[in-house]
Design a protein. Structure first.
Length: 382
């Protein structure tokens, strides 16, 4: 198949969405399909086959994020030459919306992945922030209603879209990962890199240090854990709350046992997972929680706030625990595992096994089924 993907972010910008698109493109190509990507330009990016970049400007709120200016006649000519069987958009705005428009003009079926609870990120919009949350949600839902099919990363997002009046066909397809990539990390990496005593258990969490990820809850939970078990909490990621979190760690008297690792390249992440004992996750906005799948592939039980798509990622009591948004619950479940090695080992085994449900090969096979269904439905309609 000829597949055209349209996205408001792509490499070298690193996020869950960009990693997903890049890995999906590579896997579909290996399966014999042709995939083109239409995305923003970033500084120091080299030409790449089948990647078409629009002129862009630097975001006023995130220095490493660029916003595409969706004007490039050459790319519009290119899409006609590619003549895709399906257009797959990964954003409801800007280039994603343009992809839908191009599909409508050229009579090409369109699919939209609802990657993010977009309205929950409105606080990053300069000046007006939270005041446009409803408008952002309206735009995202409008895009979901305008395409031929929507891909929801979890059943919770499917239900959310239905509650908002989306009658479009919805396919629940989680974001896939390359399982083997997370199976052979360096088990001594964290302790060696950050000079942590060898006998201390490591609690790991990954994600942007912003309010939507709820990192304060994890710090409070860890302060409770630390009262019973001497351990270390490692934050991977950066964001606007980092200084506040460092101050909070001081206030809770755990700063000597908290590591802020900052941004970490995807190539190094398998080492972080391999050298941790537990994975903690408190995000309130994730449509799936891709890092949970990665952690499970490395054999890490996960203790998470059971919000939105996370409920599809953790089998409560099997490969981890789901909690309310409550530091006490998170701490109690962490202590249960840290103080019961046999339970911990059983959950590690289950996590390794259950991770295969999120293999990129399985999710790409389901993507192709979605594309074929949309093509068939579109042809039948005409």
């Amino acid at each position: 198949m000829q597949i055209s993907m349209w996205t408001d972010s792509y490499y070298p910008y690193v996020s869950g969405v960009t990693r997903s698109i890049k890995l999906t493109k590579e896997t579909l190509t290996k399966m014999g399909h042709n995939v083109s990507v239409f995305c923003p330009w970033y500084p120091e990016t080299d030409p790449e086959p089948d990647v078409y970049r629009f002129p862009s400007i630097k975001s006023p709120t995130k220095s490493d994020y660029y916003i595409a200016v969706p004007v490039n006649p050459k790319h519009l000519m290119a899409i006609k030459e590619i003549c895709p069987d399906v257009i797959h958009t990964h954003s409801p705005f800007n280039l994603g919306k343009m992809g839908v428009t191009v599909g409508n003009i050229l009579d090409i079926p369109t699919v939209f992945t609802f990657h993010t609870m977009y309205n929950m990120y409105s606080h990053y919009v300069p000046l007006i922030g939270d005041n446009i949350s409803e408008l952002i949600e309206f735009g995202a839902i409008g895009t979901a209603k305008s395409v031929d099919a929507v891909i929801a990363p979890s059943s919770a997002i499917r239900d959310y879209l239905r509650e908002r009046g989306v009658t479009t066909d919805i396919f629940v397809i989680p974001t896939g990962i390359e399982i083997d990539e997370f199976r052979n990390g360096d088990a001594s990496y964290i302790k060696r890199t950050y000079n942590i005593p060898s006998d201390l258990p490591i609690l790991l969490t990954c994600g942007r240090l912003g309010k939507e990820k709820n990192p304060e809850c994890l710090l409070h939970a860890f302060s409770i854990v630390h009262q019973s078990v001497d351990s270390v909490l490692v934050f991977v990621g950066d964001g606007p709350l980092i200084e506040e979190l460092k101050e909070l760690a001081e206030e809770l008297n755990v700063s000597s046992r908290v590591v802020f690792a900052g941004k970490v390249s995807p190539e190094v992440m398998p080492h972080f997972y391999a050298s941790a004992d537990l994975f903690m996750f408190a995000s309130l906005t994730d449509t799936q929680g891709l890092v949970i799948a990665e952690a499970k592939a490395a054999g890490l039980p996960c203790i998470a706030v059971g919000a939105l798509g996370v409920k599809d990622m953790v089998q409560d009591g099997v490969d981890g625990f789901l909690c309310e948004n409550d530091p006490n619950c998170l701490a109690q479940k962490a202590l249960l595992l840290l103080q019961n090695p046999s339970v911990m080992e059983s959950m590690r085994t289950n996590a390794l096994s259950n991770a295969y449900a999120f293999s990129i090969e399985k999710t790409c096979a389901r993507l192709i089924e979605c594309y074929q269904t949309v093509r068939h439905t579109s042809s039948a309609a005409t």
